[in-house]
Design a protein around this ligand. Structure first.
Ligand code: CA
Ligand code: CA
Length: 151
């Protein structure tokens, strides 16, 4: 391993400047920080705000969603979701986050969808990351996990 064991955690290479790709990334918290106030002028819900939740996909495979929606969300505010542990195990695959409005009687509307690759090899391992597309934005606290951490 040519002395790579002397590098600080998460780094490798001859001068320890290369990031080690994590085995998985955990989403520790996630909030929605931007979404459209209406559906091209039409309210998401007739009498109150949309009841937001997300669906996280890896490709076409659903990975996670919150335990309950955020009822009657205000588009001027940020909203945290109640989530259990969420792990993304294929950190170089394309993922997407769909923001959805729960409707008991109709199909749930999709307010927007952000596509992203969970891991970037040159960004210095940010602990807080934003995934956005100009219409919807999510901010997440994340952890980088290496299998050798598991004891
Ligand atoms: Ca509502
Ligand atoms: Ca609704």
């Amino acid at each position: 391993m040519e002395g790579s064991c002397d590098c600080p955690d998460k780094f490798t290479g001859p001068d320890c400047s290369e990031q080690k790709t994590p085995d998985k990334i955990e989403i520790r918290s996630i909030q929605v920080t931007n979404f459209p106030g209406s559906n091209e002028g039409t309210a998401w819900d007739i009498n109150d705000g949309p009841d937001l939740y997300f669906r996280l996909y890896e490709g076409e495979t659903p990975l996670a969603q919150p335990m309950i929606p955020v009822d009657d969300a205000d588009y001027l505010q940020d909203h945290f979701f109640f989530v259990d542990q969420i792990f993304m195990k294929n950190v170089l695959n394309e993922h997407s986050l769909q923001l959805r409005d729960y409707d008991a009687e109709d199909d749930d509307e999709i307010l927007g969808e952000v596509k992203f690759i969970p891991y970037e090899s040159n960004n210095g391992f940010p602990a807080v990351i934003t995934w956005e597309n100009g219409t919807v934005a999510f901010t997440a606290e994340i952890d980088y996990i290496y299998n050798r951490d598991l004891r």
